[in-house]
Design a protein. Structure first.
Length: 124
């Protein structure tokens, strides 16, 4: 769970949902679900035209993965998604994004994973 404030909007995460709210009215402007999983989302980070949120993906054949999803700030439409490599470890901690922070700078997102990997992903 977490929030990010940007001008007249508040971006809030609750469970598997990211929402944009009017800062003055609290009116819900849009809501974006967590696609195919009900795993908890991390704290949102606001960029120039997108909001980014990390999440843990379910375990697959390669182990648990994490993902960063970018949504349009105005509409809440999903723009893109980056999935990390699978990791092998015996822990309930997330692979990426729900505890680690995402940093945005010069069109690049920087984040770490529970496995200790550092990623630099170009926005878009």
């Amino acid at each position: 769970t977490g929030i990010a404030v940007d001008g007249d909007r508040v971006y809030a995460v609750a469970g598997g949902t990211l929402s944009a709210l009017g800062a003055e009215t609290g009116e819900t402007l849009w809501t974006a679900g967590s696609e195919e999983t009900d795993r908890e989302l991390g704290r949102p980070v606001v960029g120039r035209s997108r909001v980014y949120v990390g999440r843990a993906d379910p375990v697959d054949g390669d182990g648990p993965r994490g993902a960063i999803t970018a949504v349009d700030r105005e509409s809440g439409d999903r723009e893109w998604r980056f999935t990390t490599r699978g990791i092998e470890y015996d822990s309930d901690s997330p692979a990426v994004g729900t505890e680690e922070q995402i940093a945005v700078g010069d069109g690049t997102l920087y984040f770490t994973t529970g496995a200790g990997d550092l990623y630099a992903v170009t926005d878009g």
